[in-house]
Ligand binder design. Structure first.
Ligand SMILES: Nc1ncnc2c1ncn2[C@@H]1O[C@H](COP(=O)(O)OP(=O)(O)OP(=O)(O)O)[C@@H](O)[C@H]1O
Length: 239
């Protein structure tokens, strides 16, 4: 099963945020989504997760067209995401933040508590269970957000710049967890990440957006050698 956009376009009052973008993610794959600020990366993730309806084109999950789906249905159907800001419930503990998602997705309180504990341990933050979300450093906030995304084993997890603002070391730690998500949780991952070297090292395929359009897509080797990517975006980093 694949999660896909087919020729998706999005316009905001005349501004073309996305034009004709076709992309797909398979279960078990890690796909990188890169591009300069304003390229349309978050808008594409919003389309894939039901937070934005395309102005044209389709978003499909397997053979299902999602056009009539409400936002909540995407998560119930196994498409999870994180947000740039983390979006935790600040007055709840770390454990409660994960539990409420599990309850919202149909687990009993008891099963939700169990699953939350397992996921927090997997993320390496089990010891923070009782801490209020408002007191967390942003590195741990992002981990809690990913744990929430993994509740009830989604088929796809879309991560919107989970490592933004992290040090190289923190980013490396997080990316080694991201790398093991397909194996340990059985889902496909789409990763937005500004550090091109990280994406090239982690992702089987990479999609490059620029000004809302697909500039290139392919393996890290394809992207690294693509002339328009080099001149428009990668510059010296690709040399
Ligand atoms: N709700 C909205 N209303 C109007 N314009 C929007 C809206 N959301 C995004 N845009 C515009 O659409 C374009 C694409 O934005 P988007 O956030 O998808 O880019 P991005 O690649 O995720 O950027 P960044 O790397 O800065 O997060 C930008 O010009 C942005 O200003």
């Amino acid at each position: 099963m694949r999660l896909a956009t087919e020729a998706v376009s999005v316009s905001f009052e005349g501004l073309r945020a996305l034009s004709d973008v076709t992309l797909s993610i398979g279960k078990g794959e890690i796909i990188g989504l890169i591009g300069p600020n304003g390229a349309g990366k978050t808008t594409l993730v919003n389309c894939l997760t039901g937070f934005q309806k395309p102005s044209a084109g389709r978003v499909t999950l397997g053979i299902r067209d999602t056009a009539q789906w409400k936002t909540a249905k995407f998560r119930q159907a196994g498409i999870a995401r994180t947000f740039q800001g983390g979006r935790l419930f600040r007055d709840m503990t770390v454990q409660q933040n994960v539990e409420v998602t599990a309850v919202a997705l149909g687990l009993s309180r008891r099963a939700a508590a169990h699953e939350a504990a397992l996921l927090l341990d997997w993320m390496g933050i089990g010891h923070l269970r009782g801490q209020l979300a408002s007191t967390l450093p942003y590195t741990d906030e992002r981990r809690v957000a990913i744990a929430r995304g993994l509740v009830r084993s989604p088929d796809f997890l879309l991560l919107d710049e989970p490592a933004a603002g992290m040090s190289d070391h923190e980013c490396e730690e997080l990316m080694s967890l991201v790398r093991s998500i397909p194996k340990d949780h059985g889902c496909g991952v789409l990763l937005i990440e500004h550090n091109v070297a990280v994406v090239l090292g982690l992702c089987a395929r990479i999609h490059v957006l620029d000004g809302g359009r697909t500039l290139a897509e392919g393996t890290p080797a394809d992207v690294r050698s693509n002339k328009s990517v080099i001149s428009a975006y990668l510059g010296a980093e690709a040399e």
